[in-house]
Design a protein around this ligand. Structure first.
Ligand code: ATP
Length: 227
């Protein structure tokens, strides 16, 4: 039986008092790649934020990598996040340190202490995104696509069970978007579960996967032809 990574039942997503999405029923199994689409303001980011507990689940039930979103305490959130890799549109690298030290910062913050193990892990994740030789570079010395690869490498540091990518290609040109997407495809083919919010229909056509649409406060699966 395949392992469930995300399960939502009659879940609602709120921004403050405003209901953004309602009656969400969803199951994502280990190894799946799922797109979340929808026009601006339809609730894609709010949906993703609910999955990584940046927004509380106030209605319905939700389970993400074995954390119960409804009953989870504030102090448990860092433990949920350690089982997730989160990738944003704007990369969010620390500008004052090089790539190696960006990655080391995250490892130390998540409890790693052994310098050799940290170096090995950094080498491993940089290799996965094709950036092994760029560890000494500062973020401003990298292109947008390279910065996003580093952000993906950072998301892989703690071997996450689920990667949540919110518009990861939103700041990239079409060719660079495809390159970053190839990295995500490779990671998925190695068994990692990925949920990706995107506006980029060209990518969806090129790399078809299960697609959820946010529209009119609902989330529903759409078939490729209907997108
Ligand atoms: N911090 C916030 N406080 C209050 N309302 C918010 C906040 N962030 C988003 N909203 C509202 O929630 C709704 C959904 O926004 P959200 O950012 O989730 O949409 P989106 O589909 O990700 O849009 P985009 O494609 O533009 O990123 C919108 O009506 C938006 O105005």
């Amino acid at each position: 039986m395949s392992e469930t990574i995300v399960k939502l039942k009659d879940a609602a997503v709120f921004q403050n008092e405003n209901l953004v999405l309602n009656h969400i029923d969803l199951e994502v199994k280990k190894g799946e790649f799922v797109y979340v689409i929808g026009k601006t303001g339809s609730g894609k980011s709010s949906f993703m934020k609910t999955l990584y507990a940046d927004l509380p689940l106030r209605q319905g039930s939700g389970n993400v990598v074995d954390f119960d979103l409804k009953t989870m305490r504030e102090r448990e959130i860092p433990f949920l996040r350690r089982k997730l890799g989160i990738v944003f549109q704007d990369f969010k690298l620390l500008p004052d340190r090089n790539v190696n030290n960006n990655l080391k910062f995250v490892l130390k913050a998540t409890g790693w202490t052994d310098p050799k193990k940290m170096d090995d892990k950094i080498g491993e994740v940089l290799d996965k995104v094709g950036m092994k030789t760029k560890g000494f570079k500062f973020p401003h010395e990298l292109s947008g696509g390279e910065q996003q690869r580093i952000a993906i490498a950072r998301a892989l540091l703690n071997d996450p069970e689920l990667i949540l990518a919110d518009e990861p290609t939103g700041n990239l040109d079409p060719q660079t978007s495809v390159e970053v997407m190839k990295v995500l495809q490779d990671i998925n083919q190695n068994g990692r579960t990925i949920i990706m919010a995107t506006h980029d229909y060209a990518l969806i056509l090129k790399y078809p996967h299960k697609t959820l649409k946010c529209d009119g406060s609902k989330v529903f699966e759409v078939i490729q032809k209907a997108i």
